[in-house]
Design a protein around this ligand. Structure first.
Ligand code: AMP
Length: 282
């Protein structure tokens, strides 16, 4: 097994990437915040099919966390991540420090609109998409990928990044990857590590409600009624619900009727201290 090269400065990454390009090798980028799980590995495997070279970035991006969020406690497991990546035969781990990503005097921010202002994650995490768009744009410039892989798990993020790449004419194809789940339906997330045994047992309700709601909407039940039933079930299970919404799958705008297809159902809710999100297609 060939260990991936670990790079920590922009010039070091550029040297590697430039050499790939001179050779005519295509590049796929998989941006992550580390604490890798099977969801990340699914992205990496699809990246390997798309491009000759795979760069995985590991960067817990401070600018997408609000002061009251879990930046300090977010799981950091670099050694275990590196071992997992070695087994996946990737080429480069791009692991900049915050000082490399945001040097003294850094003063530019991308402010996405459209799907980034849909009133979903943005409503509860107003810092989030500006932080994500800015760091992802930098990652694209740094790694010059032909493809970049993002999980449908973070569906609004996938829409925001796809729109940003289009709007800014970034020469990268954004590829969405279906959500990888536990056997009981819970979407894999680095934050699942925060759940107590009791919370973990309750957590699959989110996916259960999403699936049941999608089936009812498909059958013709009234969308608001279905969503209200779903909201009640999630709350009864002990979650504090941020939202359960049906939106147009591309614009994320509210839908007036179930004929406005394609529809995506999206949920975010907190159990104990842990905030979970999930979504499904109708
Ligand atoms: P994160 O490290 O949580 O920022 O996630 C990095 C990438 O992995 C993002 O594009 C996520 O959408 C994706 N991802 C996270 N969890 C999953 C999952 N369960 N299935 C598929 N992709 C995922």
């Amino acid at each position: 097994m060939k260990a991936p090269q670990v790079t920590r400065t922009v010039p070091a990454l550029r040297r590697i990437v430039d050499a790939y390009r001179r050779r005519g090798d295509t590049i796929a980028l998989v941006p992550t915040m580390g604490a890798l799980h099977r969801g990340h590995l699914a992205l990496i495997r699809i990246a390997r099919k798309r491009a000759r070279r795979v760069v995985v970035s590991i960067f817990v991006n401070p600018t997408q966390f609000a002061p009251n969020e879990d930046f300090a406690s977010y799981p950091r497991r670099f050694t275990a991540d590196l071992a997992a990546l070695e087994a996946e035969k990737i080429d480069v781990v791009w692991a900049p420090s915050a000082a490399v990503m945001y040097p003294e005097g850094f003063a530019t921010r991308i402010e996405p609109a459209g799907a980034a202002q849909a009133g979903l994650e943005d409503k509860f995490r107003p810092h989030f998409f500006g932080g994500v768009a800015t760091v992802v744009c930098k990652l694209f410039t740094q790694a010059a990928p032909d493809f970049a892989l993002f999980g449908e798990k973070d569906y609004q993020q996938l829409r925001v990044i796809t729109q940003m790449a289009k709007d800014l004419d970034l020469p990268v194809k954004i590829v969405g990857v279906p959500t990888v789940r536990e056997k009981d339906g819970l979407a894999l997330s680095s934050r699942n590590a925060y759940l107590s045994a009791e919370e973990r047992a309750a957590a699959p309700v989110l996916y259960r409600v999403l699936k049941a709601s999608a089936a009812r909407i498909k059958q013709g039940d009234a969308v608001e009624l279905v969503l209200d039933d779903g909201r009640n079930e999630i709350i009864r299970t002990g979650f504090a619900l941020d939202y359960l919404e049906a939106r147009h799958a591309l614009t994320l705008e509210p839908i007036a009727s179930r004929d406005e297809v394609p529809i995506r159902l999206l949920v975010a809710a907190k159990i104990g201290k842990t905030r979970l999100i999930d979504n499904v297609a109708v």
